[in-house]
Design a binder for this molecule. Structure first.
Ligand code: GAL
Length: 679
């Protein structure tokens, strides 16, 4: 049985960001909202996200009656509230009176008032003002029967300029953090290898955050600054949670943002009660939907893996965004399909940004359930309402299930930071792209995966894949050694196991040489004139821009390079270690190789989707389960109908019909099939 985090509403949530604070002088709009929410099958809205100026119009003067009325009215109509703290955007009275609350960029220039996500994480004034308003929200609404969850701030760290604050308060706090970590300057100088270019620190005050016009080539400094910034925001989050909990025991979360490099989201895992993210894939932006579906699925896996439990899709657009180069409307059916994609991958919600379009300012043309005109009489409203009904009808069947993959990808933020800062064989190391290219075959096979950091214990898995795991944190190598020895299958690639967690290169030997049975002697980054191939199982595949020359100790060679001075050298190897196997892929390759290779690995590990042996192009399946049943979310991302050949007999949970042999699916659609589990 799945752990229920949102006790007060154990259902799939449907709704989204709701900004009644923008419409307080239009009571007719607020009344219409409730009526239309009921029609659209909305059961939950997130309120107050950017409402600080309405909640505290001037310093210390709170005006929360309007919010009380909104929450009451929603609740009377069966709609629950996710209550946000308003720190995502600051009011002018605050930013003008106390300049320290405004972030300073890495150039040393402090932001002016305005925008959002630009508060200093360290400022005592910001923390004090935040605590006060959060405690007041808790006092007023912490025990309201209609409030189900705290939504802390909004997309923390997301200002997209420097990503973090570089003010003197943060710099001083950073020095303190370094003192706690290293104790002595000698230890820090060694860890950061500061003798290089004579940058040895002789006093703590000489240390500054990395900046374009200053030090930014000490890789240990860059890494520690990112770690520090993450910890500061986690600490800020924790303080907000303590404040809202003064009169409440509701769970709390914060909405995160996909592959957001500046913050190590895994460090939030212990603090949040349920993971939440905002999903804005660029549907219809490519020749077909496959790569976008892969990107989106990988992130759903990632956010589910944060707590290894169901998560919330806290935002998505029902139609278009307004901040991409082209903002493309979701074609009919796409909204329902992509919403069910999220549910199939472990989401407990389909929430939108936004319920109603704002009338002015930056997001007036961003998609919403209710537009400026025609309100409940639009294609979008009808599609949202149809989905609302569907979610309501399937909720009980789905709610207490979750995905339980046997495959894990190692995706680690600290590795990401270090790898892309490495100044190694290639300028753009493309960690995310590499991870996605290795994940794609699993999407195509319909095999669920977890996406975990190096801190995982890997006990839940049969197969662990670690693309470009350049940095090995303490104990990582030992955990992998144990995992393989006890029967696991491990896949490592080029540019792995080169540095420790301070970005110092391992000397003498690479830590998993014994498990992999190979070591890397050279790495080449050829351009198109030196393009090579590998030969694997009688087939020839293109190699890419990273090719290692290996020394083989006692591994078996599965593929060799075709030519050049490393022609005939191993390109893919396998080594039996204890009861398990460790594979090494020495070069980047075209997608076709990854597809064939992982197909072979999955077959050897006995990993399959349980639904079909052959998924048509553009079709995938994900599986939620509990002790009694498995639910298969079959998703067709093609605009055209497809046929899927099923293995065995299933029940369509929506029609109650039993389905075997052939499943016919229309374009852009999702069918949910069930099978009882006999244990
Ligand atoms: C999110 C943000 C929302 C809204 C949305 C627009 O990143 O949290 O407030 O701006 O983007 O797509």
């Amino acid at each position: 049985m799945m752990k229920t985090v949102i006790h007060k509403l154990p259902k799939l949530l449907h709704g989204g960001d709701y900004n009644p604070d923008q419409w307080l002088d239009h009571p007719e709009v607020l009344a219409e909202d409730i009526e239309l929410m009921k029609k659209a099958g909305v059961n939950t809205v997130s309120v107050g996200i950017f409402a600080w100026a309405s909640l505290e119009p001037c310093e210390g003067v709170y005006d929360m009656d309007w919010l009380g009325e909104v929450i009451d009215r929603l609740y009377e109509n069966g709609i629950y509230t996710v209550l946000a703290t308003p720190t995502g955007a600051m009011p002018n009275w605050l930013t003008e009176k106390y300049e320290e609350v405004r972030q300073m960029g890495s150039s040393g220039v402090r932001n002016l008032s305005g925008k959002r996500h630009n508060f200093c994480y360290t400022s005592p004034v910001m923390r004090e003002k935040t605590k006060k308003i959060d405690m007041e929200l808790s006092r007023r609404f912490g025990k309201h029967p209609g409030v189900i969850l705290w939504h802390i701030s909004n997309e923390m760290g997301g200002n997209f300029t420097d990503g973090t604050c570089y003010c003197p308060l943060c710099q001083e706090k950073f020095r303190q953090w370094l003192k706690n970590k290293y104790k002595t300057l000698d230890a820090l100088n060694t860890a950061w290898w500061t003798k290089f270019w004579s940058h040895t620190y002789t006093d703590w005050s000489q240390i500054h955050a990395p900046a374009p016009h200053g030090e930014n080539l000490l890789h240990g400094l860059n890494l520690d600054w990112k770690r520090f910034s993450t910890e500061q925001l986690v600490d800020f989050y924790n303080e907000e949670v303590r404040a809202v909990r003064t009169n409440s025991d509701l769970p709390a979360t914060t909405n995160m943002m996909g592959f957001f490099k500046d913050l190590d989201y895994c460090k939030f895992a212990d603090s949040i009660d349920i993971a939440a993210w905002d999903a804005y894939p660029e549907w219809h932006s490519q020749k077909d939907e496959v790569d976008i579906a892969v990107w989106t699925a990988a992130l759903h896996h990632q956010f589910r893996s944060l707590k290894k439990a169901p998560f919330l899709m806290m935002e998505s657009t029902p139609s278009i965004t307004n901040w991409k180069v082209n903002n493309i409307q979701k074609r009919p059916g796409m909204h329902e399909l992509t919403s069910l994609q999220a549910i199939g991958l472990g989401s407990q919600s389909v929430q939108y940004f936004q319920w109603r379009k704002s009338r002015g300012s930056f997001e007036k043309f961003h998609g919403a359930v209710i537009g400026h005109t025609d309100h409940g009489n639009t294609r979008i409203f009808r599609e949202v309402s149809r989905l609302g009904k569907r979610l309501h009808d399937i909720s009980d069947e789905i709610y207490d299930t979750c995905n339980q993959p046997k495959t894990a990808f190692v995706f680690d933020w600290e590795n990401w930071w270090a790898l892309e800062d490495a100044a190694g064989p290639k300028k753009e190391m493309a960690y995310v792209g590499t991870f996605l290219s290795h994940y794609k075959p699993f999407w195509e096979m319909g095999i669920d995966v977890d996406v975990v950091p190096m801190e995982d214990d890997f006990k839940d898995y049969q197969l662990v894949i670690a693309p470009m795991n350049y940095m090995y944190k303490p104990e990582y190598a030992e955990k992998i050694r144990r995992f393989v020895r006890e029967g696991g299958t491990y896949v490592a690639t080029y540019f792995s196991g080169l540095v420790d967690d301070t970005d110092l290169c391992f000397i003498d030997r690479q830590p998993l040489d014994d498990v992999l049975g190979v070591s890397c002697e050279e790495i080449d980054s050829p351009n198109e004139f030196y393009k090579n191939h590998i030969l694997y199982n009688g087939k020839k595949y293109d190699t890419g821009d990273l090719c290692e020359v290996l020394k083989v100790a006692d591994a078996e060679t599965l593929a060799v390079y075709e030519k050049d001075y490393y022609g005939g050298y191993p390109a893919v190897t396998v080594h039996t270690y204890g009861k398990g196997k460790a594979y090494y892929m020495a070069c980047r390759t075209e997608e076709a190789f990854l597809k064939d290779f992982y197909g072979d690995i999955a077959a050897q590990c006995g990993l399959e989707n349980g639904l079909t042996d052959r998924l048509p192009y553009g079709v995938t399946v994900s599986r939620r389960e509990n002790d009694e049943k498995a639910l298969y979310f079959v998703q067709n991302f093609n605009p055209a109908p497809v046929t899927v050949w099923l293995k065995g007999c299933f029940e369509n949970i929506e029609t109650g019909e039993s389905v075997s042999g052939i499943l016919q699916m229309s374009g852009y659609s999702c069918v949910i099939l069930k099978k009882q589990i006999e244990r």
